[in-house]
Design a protein. Structure first.
Length: 85
């Protein structure tokens, strides 16, 4: 585990969509927290529906954030996420 993970351990990541990217964010905002963004258009070809591409991008952003921090995070989906119904 990294020092950065220790800082955010026990917090919950927010998953959502911002423009053409899925994101994962820990912390109150981009300035004080940590975030990753993944372009929706980078989704594998098997994902054809926009909703599926958005879900894929947000999940990939979470995986990248967890890899960078060096540990697993809990998460919730924000109102911008397609699964927030």
């Amino acid at each position: 585990m990294t020092e950065l993970y220790e800082k955010w351990k026990g917090t919950t990541a927010t998953l959502g969509i911002d423009g053409n990217a899925g994101f994962a964010l820990v912390g109150p905002d981009l300035q004080e927290g940590e975030a990753e963004f993944v372009c929706i258009d980078d989704a594998p070809e098997r994902w054809t529906a926009l909703r599926d591409k958005q879900c894929w991008a947000a999940t990939q952003a979470l995986r990248r954030l967890e890899a960078r921090l060096g540990g697993r995070l809990g998460y919730y989906v924000s109102p911008s996420h397609p699964m927030h119904d």
